[in-house]
Write a protein that binds this ligand. Structure first.
Ligand code: CMC
Length: 429
């Protein structure tokens, strides 16, 4: 097959031939890697037209609302798989056999405890420290505990680090929660499933056992599964960029956690609850819808809209189902806050502005409601997102390191001062 090319013509210069590559699915890409040699760069702040890498892991078609992990639709995984099996799929690239699945679950169980010194580390945080600040610090600190498997050129070391991260993340997340609410830590119980174990570490105390309702465990597992990966989003790109310098995986994931924190990304589910509290009552909804439409008002409906999904967020469809189930199991359908959320969802779905701009409820609208219904403090919401997303980050990092790569180094359009003379201090104004 002849290689397709695109021709770039710059006035006064000979035309530049640029190769075009085809993916399995999705748009073709023009390779602009050689442009630097022609004394010109491309300009794409926000990277909305730039592919930063090749990847086999996740495919998104935002127009059609499609999300595939290694080719499997997210709705199918939510229905037929579970979080740990999806972790195996994302990291290893294929579904496990029955024996591999059991083996993987046992491996993750084996790694759930964290080094005792982690407790001293976390107790150094102020009593009211934000759990994301604690998690970021704890994951960064993991680099100092696991020297035995930090050779990033060794696939076995990379796999052990991935297992450690997937296994210890719920333990650390629950420790952040316990520190935040002033309760003693609860150690993992390795007889439980991943999600049941997490809920127990969150809600049990040394004085009282906690056994989660199966629907709640299922909803928790779905929250992890639906957040497991999302292609080259801000935090995943951060992990890849940090990793491209050769940094260790724990440091890279800590960088990803920092990037996830912002309200435009993982912080959205926390922001949904702050917004619902601010709206306060169903009678105020129309006023807030008006604010969201007002160009001069910075207010946005949190949990609505997405950079990539422009018809619907397929994760939101599944999360909505779990959200309704959890509210029913907990008997909270008539709770004023959740009635307010449902009313807001309905009004926004029927409003011309939101329809025209394709602003639909995203996964975080519903996950925020579920987590609130479970009695989890809002500050913990993004920590739970980070727990689920860890496998995505580490799978992308591993994919990058397993293939030829170069340090990520974007260029810029410089708009500052030209070279100028340094004035003595007495002449400055
Ligand atoms: N409420 C009101 N108006 C909105 C909203 C919203 N939530 N989102 C976008 N718009 C408007 C925006 O004002 C703009 O209007 P105009 O064309 O008149 O200037 C138009 O829609 C396009 O907005 P944009 O900012 O160019 O869109 P974007 O693709 O850059 O932003 C977004 C995507 C997710 C940052 C944005 O929709 C948003 O801020 N949503 C609320 C925060 C949120 O829920 N984020 C979680 C995303 S899902 C989790 C994840 O995957 O990380």
């Amino acid at each position: 097959m002849t290689e397709r090319t695109a021709t770039l013509t710059i006035e006064g210069k000979p035309p530049i031939e640029l190769p075009i590559y085809e993916g399995t699915l999705g748009q073709d890409v023009i390779d602009i890697g050689t442009l630097g040699g022609h004394d010109v760069f491309t300009f794409d702040p926000g990277f909305s037209a730039t592919a930063s890498c090749r990847s086999d892991i996740t495919y998104i078609d935002g127009e059609k609302g499609i999300l595939l992990h290694r080719g499997y639709p997210i709705e199918v995984l939510a229905e037929k798989s579970d979080y740990l099996e999806t972790c195996y799929l994302l990291f290893e690239g294929r579904l496990p056999t029955a024996a591999q699945k059991t083996d993987f679950e046992n491996t993750i169980r084996y790694h759930t405890m964290v080094n005792r010194s982690m407790e001293h580390f976390i107790s150094g945080f102020r009593y009211d420290a934000h759990p994301m600040a604690m998690l970021c610090g704890l994951v960064g600190a993991m680099s100092s505990f696991y020297h035995d498997a930090l050779d990033i050129t060794d696939q076995q070391h990379r796999t052990i680090s991935a297992h450690r991260l997937i296994a210890k993340m719920p333990t650390m997340a629950a420790m952040c929660h316990k520190h935040f609410i002033g309760q003693p830590y609860v150690y993992p119980d390795n007889t439980l499933s991943y999600s049941a174990n997490f809920l127990r570490m969150m809600f049990a105390t040394p004085c009282e056992e906690y056994v989660a309702h199966p629907s709640i465990t299922k909803a928790m597992d779905r929250i992890f599964l639906l957040h497991a990966d999302h292609e080259q989003n801000a935090s995943t790109s951060t992990v890849r960029l940090a990793g491209s310098s050769g940094a260790n995986p724990f440091a890279c994931v800590a960088a990803g956690i920092a990037a996830l924190w912002g309200p435009a990304h993982g912080g959205a589910n926390e922001a949904v609850l702050s917004m619902l509290n601010e709206i306060g009552d169903e009678s105020n909804i129309l006023e807030y819808i008006k604010k969201a439409k007002d160009k001069d008002d910075p207010f946005r409906l949190m949990g609505f809209g997405h950079r990539v999904y422009k018809s619907h967020d397929p994760r939101a469809t599944v999360m909505r189902e779990s959200c309704n189930e959890v509210l029913a199991v907990l008997g909270l359908e008539n709770d004023p806050l959740f009635r307010l959320a449902k009313k807001l969802e309905q009004i926004a779905l029927e409003d011309d502005y939101f329809i025209a701009k394709k602003l639909y409820p995203n996964v975080d609208f519903y996950s925020g409601i579920i987590l609130k219904a479970l009695g989890i403090p809002e500050e913990m919401f993004t920590v739970i997102f980070a727990t689920g997303r860890t496998v995505g980050w580490i799978s992308h990092w591993n994919e990058m390191i397993s293939n030829p790569y170069r340090i990520g180094r974007p260029r810029q359009l410089y708009t500052g001062a030209d070279t100028r003379d340094f004035p003595p201090i007495e002449e400055r104004t």
